[in-house]
Design a protein around this ligand. Structure first.
Ligand code: NDP
Length: 244
């Protein structure tokens, strides 16, 4: 199936920011969107808004760090719509700090959500897509996957890992299954709210002045989905014009 209309698109981290903007945009373009995150009140409101607008949406509570949760989430989408065309591994956290502050719990959380979460999405979707002989993974990395910036060593490491995992997957599954990495620069969202370190909070305040709308990332995701089956958009970088 080419294009966006009628595709079943599973989105992790759909309760705010890029995931929410992507859900709205793809639903407007005729996709069946299946939304997952921990804040189900947000998902319920978003599902209602999309449905009121004439779109097709379902939601389910999801913690991507729990493999069985991710498995159930994909099975939920399959049960609702009979197939899964796209899995957008978007959920992420970014509690930045210098390594010397030793916020080890926050390092572990980034590894669990940003890396393990993506792997759980692949584990849940790959057997199904192989059986369908079609599908697409869209994994959200970051400009930070290309370049390490101060206070972001662990975050950037997780986003480099997303790129490495995606490229490995692409090499393995090429043919029937497409693999796309989206690498945003600073974008309007709630991501910086996970920062607890005061020095990093201040640095991020300055940085966020140039943030671009979450919908600009959603449009890049839509572009990757709407290509014909034989065309795999491997990576798109979208950043503020004023970005260094
Ligand atoms: P938000 O904080 O607005 O969104 C993050 C989403 O991830 C939320 O919906 C949150 O939902 C979800 N999430 C967090 N932890 C979990 C979990 N354990 N299980 C399920 N869902 C979870 O930030 P963004 O929209 O900016 O982030 C989306 C992606 O974009 C992330 O991967 C981020 O790293 C990446 N990115 C963002 C950039 C930016 O400047 N905004 C730049 C580059 C990349 P809930 O809390 O309800 O579970």
């Amino acid at each position: 199936m080419s294009g966006i209309k009628g595709k079943v698109v599973v989105i992790t981290g759909a309760s705010s920011g890029i995931g929410e903007a992507t859900a709205r945009l793809l639903a407007r373009q005729g996709a069946h969107v299946v939304l997952g995150a921990r804040r189900t009140d947000r998902l319920e409101a978003l599902t209602k808004a999309i449905t009121a607008d004439g779109g097709s949406a379902r939601y389910r509570a999801l913690d991507v760090t729990r493999r069985e949760d991710m498995q159930s989430f994909v099975e939920f989408a399959l049960g609702a719509f009979g197939r899964v065309d796209v899995i957008i591994n978007n959920a992420g956290v970014m509690p930045l700090s210098k390594l010397e502050v030793l916020k080890i719990d926050e390092w572990n959380r980034m590894i669990d959500v940003n890396i393990r979460g993506v792997l759980h999405g692949i584990a849940a979707g790959l057997p199904l897509m192989k059986k369908q002989r079609s599908g697409q993974f869209i994994n959200i990395s970051s400009l930070g996957g290309h370049k390490v910036v101060p206070t972001a060593a662990v975050y950037c490491a997780t986003k480099s890992a997303v790129m490495a995992i995606s490229e490995g997957l692409r090499q393995e599954v090429g043919g029937d299954i497409r693999v796309t990495v989206i690498s945003p620069g600073v974008t309007e969202s709630e991501l910086a709210e996970s920062i607890t370190d005061p020095f990093s909070q201040k640095a991020m305040e300055d940085f966020r002045r140039i943030a671009i709308p979450a919908e600009s990332i959603a449009k890049a995701i839509a572009f990757a989905i709407e290509q014909p089956d034989g065309v795999d958009v491997s990576e798109i970088i979208v950043r503020p014009t004023a970005s260094d």
